[in-house]
Ligand binder design. Structure first.
Ligand SMILES: Cc1ncc(COP(=O)(O)O)c(C=O)c1O
Length: 383
C-alpha cells in the first residue's frame, strides 16, 4: 500500500552467504558486517537482525548518522565501528555510546583524547594507516609523532585496531599495488609493536581481499558486498570458482525487487511509445505500464534496453524510462492483467534477472546500483 514497488530480502540466501564467508576466514577471525549505504540498499533494519541471527556481533559504517541507524536496531553489547566521517560533536556521542571509530589524523585524535578526558571515558579507536589508497590514514613519516602521542595519552583510549583499506583488491591489474600495501601495513604494524603498542585487532580486508589474498585476513574482516551475495568483480568470482570447484556460485543474491502491472493497453502500428520518438510500433502491440521509473532507482539508461519478468517471461522495456514509469512490450504474452507481478531483479518461474545483467545494461557497478535503491521502497524479509 502506498508504494509502487517492494524489495524482498531472503534470509536463506543471507545465512548461506555468511556460512560460506565464515568458512573462508575461520572461526577465530571476527566477521564485521559492513552495513553502510543502508546495508548496500538492503535496509539496515533488515540486515542487522539477520546478521545477529547468524552470530555476527560487529558492524561497520561510514558515518555517525549510519552508526545511529544501526544502534536503533542492534542488540545491546554488540559493536559498531565508524570508518569515515565524524565531526567534533559526534566524537562525544560516539565515546558516550561505546562506538568505535577510525582515527586517521592528529586533529581527530587530539579531539578524541580531549573529549575522552572531559567525559572520563576511554575512546575506542582504530588507527588507520595510509598504505597506498591515498584516501585517509596516517603516513609512515607521521608514526613517530603518533606513537609518542599514544604513549602520553594511553589512559584515555583503547587501541582497539590497526587498519588500512586496499585500493582495488578485486582486480588483478592492481596486484602489485595491493602487494605493496600489504608489505607497508606490516612495516607499520612492526613499528607499533617495537614501541610497545599492541592493537587488539589488525584488520585490512574487505570482501575482495579476504577472498583472494588470504594473508590479508588477520584478526577481523570487514565484509560488505559479498555478504549480500555479490562478487566484488568477475575476477574474484573466477578466482574462487577455481578453488571451490564443487559449486559454481556459492554466494546467493538476497535481494529481489518487484512491482505490479499498472495498465495494459494496445498501440496501433505507426504510433510512438513514450516521450519523443525513440520507439516506433511497427505492428499492433500490447504494452504494460509499470509504476517504476528513474525516481525509483530504475535507471533512464535502461530506456529501450532493460528487461523485466512478467508471467515467467522476459519482456523488453520500450521507449524512454520516465520519472515514475516504464513501459514494456507484452504482445506475445497471453492474459497479462493489471496487478500481475513484475520482477525487476530476481526470479520468476524459471527465469531470473541478475543484478550483474542489470548493471551491465545500465553501466553501473553493483555497489552503485544497490546503494542507490531508494530508502522508501518497502523491504520485507522472505522466510
Ligand atoms: C574501509 C572499508 N572497509 C570495507 C569495505 C567493504 O568493502 P566490500 O563491500 O568490497 O566488501 C569498504 C567498502 O567500501 C570500506 O570502505
Amino acid at each position: 500500500m502506498f508504494n509502487t514497488s517492494y524489495i524482498e530480502i531472503s534470509r536463506k540466501a543471507y545465512m548461506n552467504n555468511i556460512k560460506y564467508l565464515k568458512k573462508i576466514i575461520g572461526k577465530d577471525v571476527i566477521f564485521s558486517s559492513v552495513v553502510k549505504g543502508n546495508a548496500y540498499g538492503h535496509g539496515v533494519e533488515n540486515v542487522v537482525p539477520l546478521a545477529e541471527e547468524a552470530g555476527i556481533q560487529h558492524f561497520s559504517v561510514f558515518s555517525a548518522k549510519e552508526a545511529n541507524d544501526v544502534l536503533k536496531v542492534m542488540s545491546p553489547g554488540n559493536q559498531i565501528m565508524i570508518m569515515g566521517l565524524l565531526d567534533d560533536a559526534e566524537i562525544e556521542w560516539a565515546i558516550t555510546n561505546d562506538i568505535e571509530f577510525f582515527v586517521f589524523d592528529m586533529g581527530r585524535f587530539e579531539k578524541a583524547i580531549e573529549t575522552a578526558r572531559m567525559l572520563r571515558k576511554k575512546a575506542i579507536i582504530h588507527i588507520e594507516v595510509e598504505t597506498g589508497f591515498n584516501r585517509t590514514g596516517f603516513m609512515y613519516e607521521q608514526v613517530p609523532e603518533l606513537v609518542d602521542f599514544m604513549k602520553r595519552e594511553s589512559d584515555h583510549f583503547v587501541f582497539q585496531g590497526l587498519c588500512t583499506h586496499y585500493a582495488g583488491a578485486e582486480s588483478l591489474a592492481n596486484y602489485l599495488r595491493i602487494k605493496n600495501q600489504i608489505t607497508l601495513f606490516r612495516k607499520f604494524s612492526r613499528y607499533f609493536t617495537r614501541h610497545g603498542l599492541h592493537p587488539t585487532l589488525r584488520h585490512t580486508a574487505c570482501s575482495a581481499a579476504a577472498l583472494t589474498y588470504p594473508n590479508t585476513i588477520m584478526d577481523m574482516v570487514r565484509f560488505g558486498i559479498s555478504q549480500y551475495g555479490f562478487w566484488p568483480s568477475p575476477e574474484t568470482h573466477m578466482f574462487r570458482f577455481r578453488r571451490d570447484t564443487k559449486e559454481t556460485n556459492p554466494l546467493r543474491r538476497m535481494l529481489s525487487w518487484k512491482s505490479k502491472v499498472m495498465v495494459v493497453k494496445t498501440v496501433e502500428p505507426g504510433e510512438f511509445v513514450g516521450y519523443g520518438s525513440s520507439f516506433l510500433a511497427n505492428k499492433k502491440l500490447k504494452i504494460a505500464i509499470i509504476p517504476v521509473g528513474y525516481a525509483n532507482g530504475f535507471s533512464r539508461a535502461l530506456s529501450n534496453t532493460g528487461r523485466v519478468l512478467i508471467k515467467g517471461r522476459r519482456v523488453p522495456v520500450i521507449g524512454t524510462v520516465t520519472m515514475n514509469t516504464m513501459t514494456v512490450n507484452v504482445t506475445d504474452i497471453p492474459n497479462v492483467e493489471r496487478g500481475d507481478e513484475v520482477v525487476i531483479i530476481g526470479k520468476q518461474k524459471r527465469l531470473s534477472i541478475s543484478i550483474s545483467s542489470f548493471c551491465e545494461m545500465s553501466d553501473q557497478l553493483n555497489y552503485q546500483l544497490l546503494t542507490r535503491l531508494p530508502g522508501d521502497i518497502p523491504r520485507f524479509i522472505a522466510k
